[in-house]
Design a protein around this ligand. Structure first.
Ligand code: UDP
Length: 351
């Protein structure tokens, strides 16, 4: 019998990365459930626009800060969600050292804050900890197949190290930490220049530009709509007792990338055609979550099928994508990272 209970939570919640795509939806949900929310973001990939509607909310505060820097808050925190990290390959590869430091130094700082406040902690980890998986679908007890020297390592290994910090502090009884392994997620508020597959395809279709498929398009991913994901995060934060292990959150529906391009073209009137480009280094060949643990512990499973979630996502991109032909969408080849780094805003190094 499942003896896990999900409480409604309560009190003051820090959402690191709260101005990002997923983080801002999480802020919305937490406010709707009566929490006081402090949103922390360095705005590297997050955006003020995502949290604009919340600025006059009496229980919402925005703090612009980087989690790698020391931070003192005078408000007592009950819960901390750590979603602070660029998550799309071109963005996290643009400044790989900072990406790694964000997961290790930044997560370490937030965990220390959780310990000092006696706050519960949830780490947004990733399906990338499984690397290019040799087991399919991916269960939480699979240790993964990650290249620790490749261009994805700054993210994959950073997130793996962040998990290690969480479980060490959890075992030592110092922080009540939970780890969500988030699979590919999509929805409104994704950046048009995010560089990931759904945003790229929809933006390209809207602009009548070629739909870029890297490699054959036979590689697969599983796509979770953002409202399903944030519901899973909140349940994982509020479940008792602590699950004491990572929990996959994602939609088990698995699609080859070429099929996704067909679905997008069937939903966006467009003159676009598919073009094939080289596969990025270390690109995982397939990915699908086994969500038995989330079903059992959290009573959670995704409710929104891909075709349904794509509608509001496409509507969002229609709003934000100018009708002109601006810069090409980003891609995730290692060779492009230097180009992106050159365009990234200046930021001081983390030591
Ligand atoms: N991809 C693609 N065209 C694009 C962007 C991505 O074919 O314009 C592929 C990419 O190579 C990968 C899959 O789509 O196989 C998902 O990539 P994404 O960057 O969305 O996320 P990932 O799961 O790789 O982190």
């Amino acid at each position: 019998m499942n003896e896990h209970v999900i409480s409604s939570g309560g009190g003051t919640v820090l959402v690191a990365g709260g101005a990002g795509f997923v983080g801002s939806h999480l802020c919305d949900l937490l406010l709707a459930r009566g929490h006081r929310v402090i949103c922390l973001d360095n705005l590297q990939t997050g955006s003020r626009r995502n949290i604009e509607p919340l600025h006059n909310h009496p229980r919402f505060t925005f703090v612009k800060a980087d989690i790698c820097d020391p931070l003192a808050l005078d408000t007592r925190l009950n819960q901390i969600y750590n979603l602070a990290c660029p998550a799309s390959p071109p963005h996290y590869q643009a400044d790989p050292v900072h990406t790694m430091m964000t997961s290790v130094v930044g997560t370490g700082r937030l965990l220390a804050m959780a310990e000092a406040h006696g706050a519960r902690f949830l780490q947004a980890s990733t399906s990338e900890v499984y690397g290019d998986p040799e087991e399919h679908p991916q269960r939480e007890d699979y240790w993964g197949h990650v290249n620790c020297t490749g261009p994805r390592a700054c993210y994959d290994e950073g997130k793996r190290a962040a998990e290690t910090l969480c479980f060490d502090l959890q075992r030592a009884g110092r922080v009540d930490a939970r780890v969500a392994r988030i699979f590919n997620t999509y929805g409104p508020r994704m950046r048009p220049d995010d560089g990931r597959i759904i945003s790229n395809l929809v933006v390209q279709a809207l602009r009548n530009a070629p739909l870029t498929i890297y490699g054959t398009g036979g590689q697969t991913r599983s796509f979770c709509y953002v409202s399903d994901l944030v519901e899973g995060l909140v349940r994982l934060m509020n479940v008792s007792p602590n699950p004491e292990g990572p929990v996959n959150l994602g939609n088990p529906g698995e699609f080859p990338i070429s099929e996704l391009a067909e679905i997008v073209l069937s939903m966006v009137p467009s003159t676009s055609r598919v073009v094939h480009e080289p596969l990025p280094v270390d690109d995982p060949r397939r990915r699908r979550p086994d969500i038995a643990r989330a079903r059992h512990l959290l009573g959670w499973q995704p409710q929104v099928p891909l075709a349904e979630g794509l509608r509001p996502t496409i509507a969002w991109f229609r709003q934000v994508v100018p009708r002109t032909q601006p810069e090409p969408v980003l891609r995730a080849l290692a060779g492009d990272a230097a180009h992106l780094a050159a365009r990234a805003p200046a930021r001081k190094d983390v030591s």
